[in-house]
Ligand binder design. Structure first.
Ligand code: SF4
Length: 352
């Protein structure tokens, strides 16, 4: 039976070096080799590495002591543009993770919570209610699984899966530190996007972590607080004007752009008022608006109508007035892996 276990997925290189030294009395030469081998090759077995040629007994001890969490990939489903895998965590809870396949890159959409407390009306995850935050290890494990268990060369990561990442910002910040380790997965902050529905304390914590070039994506969906109150209850706690003020100040301080997601709900957020509000926002901050159709089945009846009617006119009206707009194609809808569709089905409707 194992009585001594070192977790590696929840440690930056410096943290791992500290534990390695405390455990074996060996400094960087060996610990760096172990760390690189684990994250870049997916293996705990260092017996063949040149760094351990003079000390095979140490390699055997490390192999015995290193632990990968006992998380299982339960299902994998795939269509031409995406792969979704469901993982069963140690306590039996399930999370979903999506790999988005692009011609020259793979992007991994990570979950940060089991469920979500914010209950946006268009989002399946919100129907679960909040179950718990993921640990650092469980977040980083999703990258390990995509790269080393499923074999995808992930170069971009978006925190847009299940949960509001900034509701657990300390854990998310720690996981980003690990993902960007050059001797680890080596994913640059410029290739990492944290999406938020507008969590002000989490944004402030993320900004204090000083990740250079880290991308923030705001789930905007409306600049009208009254509409947003109905679509996204988080707006009642952190109103959109206050969220935008925090982001505007950040962009003034550091430069960069505001990436905003805008689900198109005809009759709700495509009025002349909404065009004016988005134009005004683009004059305040460098705005890149991703316009998306929502995925059928995730929205309640009062949003159910023709999802794309007028979207081209709306895009045209915005572009004509200088707003940078991209209409994004939905990926993964056929395997319930698209935006707003991730859910642990056993937990679905827990809040009802
Ligand atoms: Fe939570 Fe995001 Fe879904 Fe809203 S959209 S319920 S914040 S996971």
């Amino acid at each position: 039976m194992r009585i001594f276990v070192i977790s590696i997925l929840n440690k930056t290189l410096a943290e791992f070096e500290g534990v390695f030294y405390a455990s074996y009395g060996k400094r960087q030469y060996h610990s760096r080799a172990v760390y690189r081998h684990f994250f870049q090759r997916g293996s705990c077995d260092c017996t063949g590495l040149k760094e351990f040629a003079q000390n095979p007994a140490l390699a055997r001890r490390v192999l015995h002591d290193l632990a990968v969490p006992a998380i299982e990939i339960e299902t994998v489903c795939e269509d031409s543009k995406s792969v979704k895998f469901t993982s069963r965590l140690r306590d039996g809870e399930c999370i979903e993770t999506v790999i988005l396949k692009y011609p020259r890159r793979m992007t991994l959409c990570l979950s940060s919570q089991v469920g979500c407390r914010y209950g946006c009306v268009f989002c399946s995850t919100g129907t679960m209610g909040f179950i718990r935050n993921l640990t650092v290890e469980e977040i980083v494990w999703q990258v390990y699984a995509a790269v080393h268990l499923l074999g995808y060369a992930v170069r971009n990561v978006v925190y847009m899966g299940m949960g509001e990442p900034l509701d657990t910002s300390e854990v998310v910040c720690h996981s980003i530190e690990i993902l960007r380790e050059q001797r680890g997965f080596d994913i640059a902050p410029a290739n990492i996007t944290v999406s938020t529905a507008g969590h002000i304390p989490g944004l402030e914590q993320l900004f204090s972590a000083s990740f250079v070039n880290l991308r923030i994506a705001l789930s905007l969906h409306s600049c009208d607080s009254a509409v947003r109150d109905q679509l996204m209850p988080i707006n009642r706690r952190y109103p959109i004007e206050a969220v935008l003020a925090v982001l505007e100040q950040r962009l003034k301080d550091t430069g960069g752009q505001l990436f905003a997601e805008y689900l198109y709900f005809p009759g709700w957020n495509n009025r002349p008022y909404d065009v004016d509000a988005l134009v005004a926002l683009s004059e305040r901050v460098p705005l890149r608006l991703n316009l998306l159709t929502y995925n059928q089945g995730t929205a309640p009846f009062f949003l159910h109508q023709e999802t794309t009617h007028g979207i081209e006119q709306f895009r045209h009206d915005l572009v004509a007035r200088g707003v940078h707009v991209l209409v994004r194609d939905s990926r993964g809808e056929s395997i319930s892996a698209a935006c707003g569709q991730l859910v642990n089905k056993k937990r679905k409707n827990a809040r009802e």
